[in-house]
Write a protein that binds this ligand. Structure first.
Ligand SMILES: Cc1ncc(C[n+]2csc(CCOP(=O)(O)OP(=O)(O)O)c2C)c(N)n1
Length: 584
């Protein structure tokens, strides 16, 4: 069988296609995003970006009810949003196989928290599979659909960043030929009124017992007996680290950690002299192995962040391989708003106003960093609007108060916050940063930008009409590349005693690419005031003399700096030579 070097995300898409998935639906979120972006390339699979994970899960549930196999994708925090449908879907079960791909992000490479989805699986009472490489990501996704239909339950496939984005050799099998299932009216299964739900709750325990028996017996969980003096229980990418750091150790690799295969663990315990559990994040396996009365080797590995082969080797007194050193020498690259980013204009204005800014999640969260430092909170998607209202009713500040939220985030979970503000007589100002894309996760379309996952045009949400319909007193549209005009509108709206929506509309700088213009600082005219440097544009820096300087190889010619220079010290230098950049 031929094998290709494939990322875990590509492999999940392949596995879903091989399983005959008919519908793929999700909301972008690193490290899960590329699953759907790959699945959409397969013929015969209907893929959609949803406005949020809850809607995605519900669309997948509908497809399952119709008898079709459906994959729903999200990052770990997305499962909090989709938890409502998932927890009850466990009772209802499925008709067509229903699989959740949930990607965790230990170490928070691109997340606001570190969650362990294995806890969600146990709490929701749905089986969870955990691949350790790309080929397993493919195979386990395929098997997940089988388990889902056989045991009448949604199944979670959990990956972590290293599995999602790492590449390893992956086989390709032919797609399954599925027996066609169609919709059957079964209200006692699908209508979860209390009377039905109580019965389904009891049935769920029976299904879980069957799944536990399967977990003890299936080849997703694998015992590898080597040196019996030490046995390691692990799952996911940690299996790879253990093999590298402790190659002689016996290993119980759990590809299906929920339901927990207790008999298998006890069997493993009886075959080795000492048992250690090594896992990233929460002590999910540790607590369950301990509950079986197994005495564990203490190793002191952290339950925060990622593990590595080096950490494991050192914890067990082994000499680590030195491969990781090279990566540690990479120069740090702190995240920055791109040159020409339209979000900068809004943050420049908010900084000038000394506003209190409840923020949200997206590229614009970088407005919290120096030098702009114009954002005061960021908790979860959509929180900016409710938090601004909460600040207002708690009389939290005398300064102008503004909620700032991206277009994709507004569609995800900002709309209901605005509705709350209007309904409860608030006086907030909500700035929707409409850069025509979901930039943070790699330029996905969304209901505001109006482009489907397949790249086709779609209806664009009319922010002005929506704001009016929700009851905002005013809806203003500004061009955030026009700094003074943006400042003027924000000043007016924050001074008014009403709910206002300000749509700051200008495309993401990476969508439009560099302009033909380039700028340079006239040393004679520069007063060293630093106003242009405080924009936080990566193209502008201060020379040792204090004079500002523009790096033409980074400048995209947006002209924001020209607008803030009170000394006319920044001028056009003529058309750019070809220095690259542009749409990604
Ligand atoms: C519940 C949840 N789902 C997904 C994500 C991943 N995520 C972070 S920001 C973002 C969207 C950003 O798009 P937008 O609001 O348009 O702002 P932009 O990045 O374009 O400035 C997404 C999908 C998340 N952090 N939380």
């Amino acid at each position: 069988m031929s094998r290709t070097l494939t990322s875990g995300n590509e492999a999940v898409a392949r596995g879903a296609w091989e399983a005959g998935v008919a519908v793929g639906v999700g909301y972008p979120g690193t490290p899960s995003t590329e699953v759907l972006e790959n699945l959409v390339r397969y013929e015969g699979v209907r893929c959609e970006w949803a406005p949020n994970e809850k809607v995605a899960a519900e669309v997948a549930a509908g497809a399952s009810m119709a008898g079709k196999r459906a994959l729903v994708t999200m990052k770990h925090v997305g499962l909090n949003v989709a938890a409502d449908p998932l927890y009850t879907q466990a009772y209802a079960g499925v008709r067509g196989g229903l699989v959740y791909l949930v990607a965790d992000d230990p170490g928070m490479h691109s997340s606001q928290n570190e969650q362990d989805t294995r806890n969600h699986a146990a709490a929701a009472k749905v089986p969870l599979l955990e691949p350790s490489d790309s080929d397993e990501a493919r195979r386990f996704t395929r098997v997940a659909f089988e388990i889902s239909e056989k045991h009448d339950i949604p199944v979670i496939v959990r990956t972590t960043t290293r599995i999602s984005h790492g590449k390893s050799l992956t086989a390709a099998e032919d797609p399954e030929t599925l027996v066609t299932r169609s919709y059957v009216k079964e209200p006692d299964k699908w209508v979860m009124i209390p009377g039905h739900a109580r019965a389904r709750r009891r049935l769920l325990d029976g299904r879980l017992a069957g799944l536990a028996a399967y977990a003890n017996d299936c080849d997703l969980n694998r015992m590898e007996l080597r040196d019996p003096s030490l046995g390691i229980v692990c799952s996911g990418v940690v299996y790879q680290y253990v093999r590298e750091a402790l190659p002689e150790a016996s290993v119980l690799k759990l590809g299906m950690p929920y339901p927990f295969p207790s008999d298998l663990v006890l069997d493993f315990n009886s075959r080795v002299e000492r048992v250690a559990v090594i896992e990233e994040l929460d002590p999910y396996l540790t607590s369950r192995v301990k509950a079986l009365g197994v005495e564990l080797v203490e190793h002191g590995l952290p339950s925060i962040g990622e593990l590595s082969p080096r950490m494991i080797a050192e914890a067990f007194g082994e000499t680590p391989l030195d491969q990781r050193e090279a990566f540690n020498d990479l120069p740090p690259r702190p995240p920055l708003l791109c040159p020409g980013c339209p979000h900068r204009g809004v943050f420049w204005a908010l900084d000038r106003m000394k506003a209190v800014v409840t923020g949200d999640i997206g590229c614009y969260t970088l407005g919290a960093l120096p030098p702009l430092q114009a954002m005061d909170s960021c908790i979860c998607m959509g929180a900016s609007v409710g938090m601004a209202h909460g600040m207002e009713i708690a009389a939290g500040t005398d300064r102008p108060l503004v909620a700032v939220i991206g277009d994709s985030t507004f569609a995800h979970s900002g709309i209901t916050g605005l509705l709350h503000m209007v309904y409860n007589g608030g006086h907030g100002t909500v700035v929707v940063l409409d850069n025509r894309t979901t930039a943070m996760t790699g330029h996905q379309g969304n209901p505001v930008s109006g482009r489907t996952i397949a790249g086709d045009p779609a209806p664009e949400l009319d922010l002005e009409a929506l704001g009016v319909a929700l009851g905002a007193a005013t809806v203003r549209v500004v061009d955030p590349q026009d700094l003074e005009a943006t400042l003027a509108v924000l000043r007016e709206e924050t001074a008014a005693e009403h709910v206002s929506v300000v749509a700051a509309k200008a495309p993401c700088a990476l969508l439009i690419g560099p302009t033909e213009l380039r700028y340079a600082v006239d040393d004679e005219l520069c007063s060293k005031c630093g106003a242009c440097v405080r924009l936080g544009c990566p193209a502008i820096s201060k020379e040792p003399s204090g004079i500002a300087s523009i790096d033409v190889s980074v400048c995209v010619g947006c002209g924001q700096c020209v607008q803030v220079c009170r000394y006319d010290a920044i001028a056009e230098t003529g058309p750019a030579c070809d220095i690259g950049g542009g749409a990604s």
